[in-house]
Design a protein around this ligand. Structure first.
Ligand SMILES: [Cu+2]
Length: 508
């Protein structure tokens, strides 16, 4: 199969020629794709590494049922959602650092599902990736996830089976590991998402959207045209639950972007400080920002102080389409319905997931790597399958794996030579972002998801200290679905699972 890398002009030409062609994911073909050889080779099964036991820890147990739900999104709009325990987001899970967590998943949907614990450092077999770390949980069946919850912070969970569809349908929820000594009296979780309510979810290769992006340099345009409604905690516009606070009070607000589009939230001036990114505390947490940009899959915690008794709002930046869907009123009591807008912030105050260095870093100095992997992100086309999102000119599972052995220091240079934004997420590890566009950060950033925009180049390092087979993929799952996935493949261990097959394992 011949694949070619294409630029903006080529996209336009190819879409004009091939715009009417229906495109299938690699998983809809009759023969199943196969994992790279290295992933299937090794002495030890991934089921046998890094076992954890509750020992004398307190055990927290939860039941999550994947089920169909008619979900009221607000404004009289109902969507046919798939949920964990009947709500969007699914049941919020909170535990305390040091707990041993056990979650029983029951699948009452007509399709197989899993749960991935996004951001958690856990044993590989608990990572919830079908076809790699487990078989997808079939309709009527159950699976138990268990792991130590050691690192306090903000996490989330979502299905990793055919994610581009299942996370879109609502199979996600919040997961907090609380500190033993809580710093904030008020602690709220906000999950952002996009839905196609008034339209069928359009194919990502929709000619209009793709052309617009290719021509304008807007790295979000392919995803933007797929959705028409934004939500906070499953609700749009006036259905969003207000944040009830007294004047002078400070709250911890945990934001997760469960959607596939970046969002910018605008706060009243001097009221917001970024305190944690991807579960890692940041330096300079005393610096205020007015706008928070959060990438797909990313998690950012802020402290927010209500400075006045006047009603205020936290809302989507007005330059985004559907901005009016995301308005969180800040009020003194639930009956207070006076909402005031505070738009037009200065753009220089935008904080992103890479604006602040991390309090605790992995490497004090830029380390000497044992393994170097150059990861080129681009779009391509193959004549059979249409538009592809590629790593090093290939689509998963043909993408070259990052081959490591335990103890290696791994350097990954990510270059986005395409036209779309790619929030790249690594499972089972945290990495240290050392440089952007060839310049070292004074204060490196420890993360597990990095938003790489067109033309950008980042260098990151991680320690191969968690044996297994781990995904490294774009968290715009519409891109992952079309190939932008690779595997960190530890030598010496193998996955006993397979893509496709009777379990219909579909990890992207
Ligand atoms: Cu992407």
């Amino acid at each position: 199969m011949k694949r070619i890398v294409i630029g903006s002009l080529m996209i336009v030409i190819l879409l004009i020629i091939g715009g009417a062609v229906f495109i299938n994911s690699p998983f809809s073909s009759s023969s199943d794709p196969t994992l790279p050889d290295g992933v299937k080779q090794g002495e030890t099964s991934i089921l046998e590494v890094n076992a954890q036991e509750p020992e004398d820890r307190s055990v927290k147990e939860f039941d999550l049922t994947a089920e169909k739900t008619e979900w009221n999104i607000g404004g009289g709009e109902k969507v046919n959602a798939w949920t964990y325990n009947g709500t969007v987001p699914g049941e919020p899970l909170r535990v305390t650092e040091g707990d041993y967590v056990r979650i029983h998943l029951k699948n009452e949907l007509e399709v197989p599902v899993t749960i991935h614990w996004h951001g958690m450092i856990l044993p590989n077999k608990m990572d919830g990736v079908p076809g790699l770390t487990q078989d997808a949980v079939q309709p009527g069946e159950s699976f138990t996830y268990e792991f130590l919850a050691n690192d306090a912070g903000t996490y989330w969970y979502h299905s990793h089976q055919h994610s581009s569809k299942q996370v879109d349908k609502g199979l996600y929820g919040s997961f907090v590991i609380e500190e033993k000594q809580k710093e904030y009296d008020k602690d709220e979780f906000y999950m952002l998402d996009e839905w196609a309510v008034n339209q069928e979810k359009r194919d990502i290769t929709n000619m209009g959207g793709m052309m617009k992006g290719a021509m304008s340099g807007n790295g979000e345009s392919d995803t933007e045209q797929m959705y028409d409604t934004f939500t906070v905690n499953g609700k749009a516009g006036q259905a969003i639950e207000p944040l009830v606070m007294k004047e002078g009070e400070t709250a911890r607000l945990r934001f997760v972007n469960a959607g596939y589009q970046q969002h910018q939230l605008v706060f009243p001036k001097n009221s917001m400080k970024v305190i944690e990114v991807d579960g890692e505390e940041v330096k300079n947490a005393d610096r205020t920002s007015s706008v928070l940009e959060i990438a797909p899959g990313e998690r950012i915690d802020v402290s927010y102080t209500r400075q006045t008794s006047e009603p205020r709002v936290i809302q989507e930046n007005a330059n985004e389409e559907h901005a009016d869907d995301i308005i969180i009123p800040v009020v003194s009591s639930r009956n207070d319905d006076s909402v005031q807008s505070n738009r037009s912030p200065s753009s220089s105050e935008v904080a992103t997931g890479t604006s602040f260095g991390s309090e605790e870093i992995i490497f004090e100095e830029v380390p000497e790597p044992d393994v170097t992997y150059n990861m080129d992100l681009n779009m391509g086309m193959d004549m059979g399958d249409g538009v592809a999102f590629q790593i090093n000119d290939h689509v998963f599972p043909e993408t070259p794996p990052i081959s490591v052995k335990e103890g290696d220091i791994v350097k990954v240079k990510i270059t986005n030579s395409g036209n779309m934004n790619h929030p790249m997420h690594l499972h089972g590890h945290r990495f240290q972002v050392a440089a952007k566009n060839g310049t070292n950060y004074d204060a490196p950033i420890v993360k597990d998801l990095l938003h790489v925009k067109p033309g950008e180049e980042y260098t990151l390092y991680f320690k191969a200290d968690n044996q297994g087979e781990w995904l490294f993929h774009c968290h715009d799952n519409n891109h992952a679905d079309r190939g932008m996935v690779t595997i960190v493949d530890y030598k010496g261990v193998y996955s006993p699972f397979d893509l496709g097959g009777d379990h219909k394992n579909q990890p992207n």
